[in-house]
Design a protein around this ligand. Structure first.
Ligand SMILES: C[S@@+](CC[C@H](N)C(=O)[O-])C[C@H]1O[C@@H](n2cnc3c(N)ncnc32)[C@H](O)[C@@H]1O
Length: 266
């Protein structure tokens, strides 16, 4: 797609879906959009937008495609093990020492809920008491709907859930699986655009995994700064398996374990 046409498509998508593609890498996004149009039955973007204007379901399909909300429970299990063995024990110790009433955790870009529920299971299992304040946000309303509905999740999505967790935290009778209501009650789901909306603050842990891969470098930098602000000193940012902050000190972070960055205490 040519630049001028891309600008027009971007403007239509912003008006229609509220997603500003200028924060996403151009090349990749243009290629994705080209292949989306090729797969539709429409000959041009003009025809396509005229068609989906009144079709909410097609709008949701386009939104799903653009935001790519693939997820699973305990994605990259070895990193979750680091969370269990190195990060959470440290946060709990600090909570006791500083008399913080409870841990504050945020799953940013939570998609259909698997990451937030993984956090809820892990905290319950290691005995985080009282239960943490656990916020989970995403800009994709359709994804959040599945999260709030507690699933259903297929076999692939639960492949890293241990048999004992499956038994304790999921309704019997799967697949497909639903998380139990008492686990779901521990998570607050909310719609939020990380590139436009205000953030809450004072978090002990922000989990933002596999979200920034399609963002421009500028958008990533802004986001890292905002995450830094939203963490308490000594708090952690947990990124995706392939996401690295090349010079974390620029943003006030120190590398901790692989995928984990700690907000420096000044
Ligand atoms: C690949 S999923 C990652 C889900 C989960 N964090 C994981 O690692 O399994 C990426 C999610 O980021 C969300 N996302 C993309 N851009 C966003 C933005 N600007 N604000 C909030 N969420 C966004 C998408 O809607 C999608 O659900």
């Amino acid at each position: 797609m040519e630049r001028l046409e891309y600008e027009r498509v971007k403007a239509s998508i912003k008006t229609l879906l509220g997603i500003d593609l200028s924060y996403y890498k151009d090349e990749q996004m243009r290629r994705r959009l080209d292949s989306w149009l090729a797969r539709s039955s429409k000959a041009s973007w003009e025809d396509y937008f005229a068609w989906i204007h009144k079709d909410e379901r097609e709008q949701q399909r386009l939104r799903d495609y653009l935001t790519i909300n693939v997820s699973e429970f305990f994605r990259d299990p070895e990193r979750w093990e680091l969370l269990r063995t190195h990060v959470l024990p440290r946060l709990l110790q600090e909570q006791r020492q500083t008399h913080r009433p409870r841990l504050r955790i945020w799953s940013a870009g939570c998609s259909t809920g698997q990451e937030a529920y993984s956090l809820a299971m892990l905290c319950d299992d290691i005995g985080v008491r009282p239960a943490p304040y656990l916020l989970a946000t995403d800009l994709d309303r359709g994804a959040l709907k599945k999260a709030v509905a507690r699933g259903p999740y297929n076999v692939e999505e639960v492949r890293h859930v241990s048999p004992s967790f499956l038994q304790r935290y999921f309704e019997p009778g799967g697949p497909p699986y639903l998380v139990r209501e008492n686990l779901a009650q521990k998570v607050i789901f909310r719609e939020q655009n990380l590139l436009a909306d205000p953030f809450e603050g004072d978090f002990d842990l922000i989990v933002c995994r596999n979200v920034v891969i399609y963002f421009t470098n500028e958008a990533k930098e802004t986001l890292y700064r905002k995450f830094h602000q939203a963490l308490r000193p000594g708090g952690f940012l947990f990124l995706g398996g392939t996401e690295l902050i090349p010079h974390p000190q620029i943003y006030g972070f120190a590398s901790f374990q692989i995928s984990f960055y700690m907000k420096k205490v000044v």
